[in-house]
Design a protein around this ligand. Structure first.
Ligand code: NAD
Length: 370
């Protein structure tokens, strides 16, 4: 005969064992089978259709991480969607305001990985206050941008836009749409960082002559003897000038009426870097006077709110861009130089890797030190 107290204890211990067995073995096994062994969570904002495949691939390569996403941008309201996440992954021109960062902080989130380079839209004072770990993707595919510069520059030289227009109108005559060969040109590359260097290699393939200018010289290019000492020397020698420098106060409107006057007649200009590097009014004057043979531009000083929007059934809000797009010797692309499958893959993958490193307390080369 077992005493009632002992019986209660035996029953309690048996019950505990059953519960423990169920939790540890059965639920864990079921979770493992159905992908429920994900112990970390990353929530991604502003995910476009073209980013989804890379995101899914990253998730399947990381069974320990639950990935959820929205196409909405991160703001104080949508921050709530990240509830339960350990980190957020983002890409937007919309500012990361004190309110937005506070909303994440209130959810216990202080890890944020950007899929792009620019961090100027982050309120770093608030980020510092809440001890945010932040990463960006500084180098995703220099080739994407360099190729675009080479292709568009070659198109201007070969006059493909007027030729295509003629062909579309069933005018198949050659003249006067005669091309200039890339190999016959001297290219002036301003900025020999990641992108400028790739462009130089591409242009070498065409057989073009290169002169370059950078405030910090690359030793390998230095050994090749392609640097000139001043921008004025580059302006005097180059038939085509391509900009590959960042947007800095000292680089603001570096291409202006004064610098254009120092360039060769019939110069071709390429800007796939930042809109504010060029004084676009001075460029238009140069196009009107015939000093500038043609322009390839992927960036525009007032591009925010203009590029990556559909204007097909309404007027452009900006008469200058409408005029530039209409010109036969101007090629405008809406900041698409970066937009390749490879670059998008790298932006998604590198940012997610950085988020995971932050969660695990590991270092990432993409961390933004601020
Ligand atoms: N259109 C796009 O889709 C796209 C995508 C990525 C980057 N970008 C732009 O491309 C540009 C270059 O990017 P990167 O990755 O090659 O940068 P990077 O930092 O690797 O190289 C920039 C180089 O410019 C040099 N430099 C800075 N100011 C200079 C000046 N006044 N004169 C001469 N050299 C100067 C620096 O010393 C550096 O070597 C940046 O403006 C970036 O914003 C555009």
């Amino acid at each position: 005969m077992i005493c009632p107290i002992l019986k209660r204890h035996v029953l309690f211990i048996c019950g505990y064992c059953v519960e423990y067995f169920t939790n540890v073995f059965i639920i864990k096994s079921v979770k493992t089978c159905f992908g429920g062994n994900r112990t970390m969570k990353i929530f991604a904002y502003g995910i476009r259709q073209d980013e989804q495949a890379a995101l899914r691939e990253w998730e399947s390569n990381h069974p320990e991480v639950e990935v959820d996403f929205t196409d909405k941008l991160l703001d104080p309201e949508t921050a709530k969607l990240a509830k339960g996440a350990d980190a957020v992954d983002v890409y937007q021109q919309l500012s990361y305001t004190p309110e937005t960062l506070t909303a994440l902080h209130e959810l216990g989130i202080n890890k944020m990985s950007l899929r792009n380079v620019g961090t100027d839209n982050i309120d770093f004072d608030t980020a510092r206050r809440f001890d945010f770990s932040i990463s960006n993707v500084a180098v995703y595919s220099p080739n994407a941008i360099a190729e675009h510069a080479a292709i568009q520059g070659a198109r201007v030289l070969r006059q493909t836009k007027p030729l295509d227009n003629k062909i579309a109108n069933h005018d198949l005559r050659w003249a006067p749409t005669i091309g200039r060969e890339v190999r016959m040109q001297t290219f002036g590359i301003i900025g020999t960082g990641h992108i400028g260097r790739v462009l130089i290699n591409i242009l070498k393939g065409f057989g073009a002559k290169i002169v370059a200018y950078d405030v910090y010289r690359n030793p390998e290019l230095e050994a090749e003897g392609i640097y000139v000492d001043t921008l004025d020397e580059l302006y005097a020698q180059a038939d085509v000038i391509s900009l590959h420098v960042p947007s800095l106060p000292e680089n603001y409107h570096m291409i202006n009426a004064e610098s254009i006057a120092k360039m060769k007649d019939d110069v071709v200009l390429i800007n796939v870097s930042r809109g504010d590097l060029m004084d676009i009014d001075a460029i238009v004057d140069g196009l009107d006077s015939g000093k500038i043979f043609g322009l390839a531009m992927d960036v525009y000083e007032k591009e925010v709110g203009l590029f990556n929007s559909d204007w097909s059934d309404k007027e452009f809000p900006d008469a200058k861009i409408a005029d530039l797009i209409a010109r036969e010797n101007v090629l405008v692309t809406p900041h698409t130089a970066f937009y390749t499958t490879k670059a998008v893959y790298e932006m998604v993958t590198q940012s997610m890797d950085a988020s995971l490193a932050f969660i695990k307390g590991e270092e990432t080369p993409n961390e933004v030190k601020y």
